[in-house]
Write a protein of this length. Sequence first.
Length: 351
Amino acid sequence: MQRPWRPIVLALALNAGAGAAVATAQTVTVRNAPPGATVEVVLNAAPAATGTANDAGVATLTTRMKDLIGKTEIDANVSVDVCDGKRRVLIVEVGAPTVPVEPGCDRRQVSGLYWVRPVNTVVVNLAGITPTLLLIKGSYEGPVAAADGTTPAESGPRSWRPSPKGPVVFGSAGLSKFRDALLIACGTASPCSGDDSGLAYSGGATYWITRYLGVEGTYVKPKNMKASGGDTFTFNSTLDADVWTLAGVVGAPIGPVRLYGKAGVNYHQATSTTDETIDNVTQTIAFKTTGYGWLFGGGGEGWITSRVAIFGEFNLAKLKGPAESGGEAFIDDRLRLFMGGIRLHVGRSGR
């Protein structure tokens, strides 16, 4: 004969077991992590769990809150450390110490204060520059896939791709203009005409140590200055310059857009040549100058993808130096550059 109390006792036992599991286990699900990245969870300052994001960028980890910190519920702040090949979720009770940021990592705070209990699943979304969090009672299954395998976008504010760190190479073209070269070449000769501005090009590389600070080296080829004129005599003059720059760069990233300013030094090599004709006799006067001067400028870049950006900038450089052959010849001018081009992020992802 079946005893009627057995189902009741069995049900109570199952509920008690489930309650014990809920009282000790804490589930953390991370979404939109880089596939294959290591995912860690830290409770206060205690390492709690480690896993690996799958091909969909999802990792689900289980921790033992009571065993680690002696509590089954806390009011917590949540942040995420973004490192190269690793994402660390930090759940820290208000007023409790936590682990310091490791070198090369970027700590990003999740806005808000959360009542974290084992009955909840903590879902951290890393899709944007600022992580977001869902605190769900019970388990989390994630968005339901459509017939084509895609999932609907999550609700919430749109997040933008951040400007990258690390090495960036670039090429550009634009307008260059010398401040004094044409005026000096003409001197008091009349008539005199020429051109001290025109198409310039440049190339170089920037290394962003952080998204806010970098160092940049550039080669610039400005348009040659040309002047001609004279009355009782005629002359043709050119100034052919090459410029190398080294500068520190300070950036202000706003999602995929980064505004920046820079300051540093330049080194120039320039050749000034004048062909002067008097009574059908032509003589050539030429000298080469080298030297260092200051540089400053600024601009903005917009990252179309994680690898490609377009940019525009303005730079002002002082070109100053004596003739290599000695004598009184020298150059002391200002070079203005209005440039635009393409940047390419190389190496690993700089997120």
